[in-house]
Design a protein around this ligand. Structure first.
Ligand code: PLP
Length: 423
């Protein structure tokens, strides 16, 4: 299978090239040329397969040109070394908990798979530099996923004062290593713009062999399909109801992965794009017009994105047709006040601790779910990771002290010259 650019379908590369390059020419994003459809009996037998078997069968058709099946199995084994359970929360509503990995957010799965692919591909080649912008969770997942991967330097840009202390700790506590976390005096969108500028800089690319670990990298995206299959398998053991999945969304990598899983044949009734007040996508669904705007800080900061990078991929999947998207995806935008209310209520009534992102997902799910359906929201991070916010809703929870004193951090201004100086 080849991967094509969303900007130019004549630009065709192997999986290996797509991963190492990160982004296609003219800021295009790589997409699989075709999406393979699993045989019907794959789904009827899913309950008998292990998660690792499912993962190998789902991913292999995409990578077979670049990774042998045995090697893929090894990469997947390391990626999937923690569970992704479906947990009952209330009524017909379930949480798919994606936070049982080392940095307590779903991004561990994409980052670990990508690190595995990178170390598989980079053998004996010149050193690569991975440049990544983060609103918090990508940075920590990539820092941990790539820690001590030979031949790879990682530079993480995060917005100053806009990540949680816990996230900052996870990024900056790996000192004296191949990982550097840089705080930028700006927003997440500014960090992302700097990364995009670096990728458009041909001389810099030559010199550093730049690659990206944002969800623009297809190696981050593909493994994110897997937990939709795992969730479906778990649910079908106790219910045959149509399944609706609500995805707390920022850059829309998770949702794009869900749509690809559905195109592979996974029977998901529909998806919900759950947004905080950074509602560029919700507005697009209402108006059919895409109007990116600067991001605003909220309690669910991993979703503070004004110009979602995977929007381009969704357009590609739906042929730029808003009505086609509306058929499969519903979208809502939720403010901070309702997010806190939800955390408080769900804890009080159901003794389940939501994180702010999961809370946004659950509210949107409840708004949209029909009586005959079963709903799942992705619990994208552990509540502990956003303890300062969760405690605003549930003050009796203990304070978590984060000690940043031994951490390494470099600060730069929000401009390209400053970035070049530290690269
Ligand atoms: C990254 C992140 C999101 C948003 O995911 P996208 O794939 O960028 O839409 C939501 N919740 C948490 C906790 C995250 O870390």
């Amino acid at each position: 299978m080849k991967f094509i650019s969303t900007k130019n379908t004549d630009e065709k590369v192997s999986f290996r090239e797509a991963v190492l390059k990160g982004m296609a020419i003219n800021k295009g994003l790589f997409m699989p040329e075709i999406i393979p459809v699993m045989e019907k009996n794959f789904f009827s037998k899913l309950g008998n397969l292990s998660d690792l078997d499912i993962a190998t069968k789902v991913i292999y058709p995409f990578v077979e040109e670049s990774i042998a099946q045995n090697d893929l199995l090894e990469i997947l084994k390391k990626t999937l070394s923690f569970p992704t359970p479906v947990v009952h929360v209330a009524g017909r509503v379930y949480a798919l908990e994606l936070f049982h990995g080392p940095t307590q957010a779903f991004k561990d799965i994409g980052a670990r798979f990508m690190a595995g692919c990178f170390s598989h591909f980079r053998n004996n080649q010149k050193k690569a530099t991975i440049l990544v912008a983060t609103s918090g969770d990508t940075g920590s997942a990539v820092a941990h996923g790539f820690h001590q991967v030979d031949g790879v330097e990682v530079v993480i840009l995060f917005p100053k004062g806009k990540v949680s202390p816990y996230q900052e700790y996870q990024m900056t506590s790996i000192v004296n290593s191949n990982i550097r976390a840089i705080e930028v005096d700006g927003t997440f969108d500014d960090c992302q713009a700097l990364v995009k500028q670096a990728f458009a800089d041909k001389a810099l690319n030559q010199q550093l062999s730049l690659s990206s670990a944002n969800s623009i990298n297809i190696a981050r995206l593909l493994p994110q399909m897997l937990y939709y299959f795992f969730a479906w398998k778990q649910i079908r053991q106790f219910s045959s109801k149509p399944i609706v999945i609500s995805v707390p969304s920022g850059n829309f990598g998770n949702l794009t992965a869900g749509i690809i899983a559905k195109r592979m044949g996974l029977p998901i009734e529909r998806f919900i794009a759950a947004n905080n007040i950074n509602n560029t996508f919700t507005k697009y669904m209402e108006t059919g017009r895409y109007m990116p705007k600067p991001s605003v800080s909220t309690y669910s900061n991993a979703m503070d994105v004004g110009a979602p990078s995977n929007f381009e991929r969704l357009m590609h999947l739906f042929g730029n047709n808003p009505d086609a998207i509306r058929n499969e995806i519903h979208s809502y935008s939720i403010d901070d006040e309702h997010t806190l209310d939800e955390i408080r209520q769900v804890y009080k009534s159901h003794n389940y601790k939501l994180d702010p992102h999961g809370a946004v997902g659950k509210i949107c799910l409840t708004k949209d779910l029909n009586v005959n359906e079963l709903g799942v929201f992705l619990e994208t991070a552990h509540p502990q990771k956003f303890n300062e916010v969760v405690r605003l809703a549930i003050p009796m929870l203990p304070d978590s002290e984060v000690d940043l004193s031994g951490c390494a951090k470099v600060s730069i201004g929000n401009n390209y010259m400053d970035l070049l100086k530290i690269l």
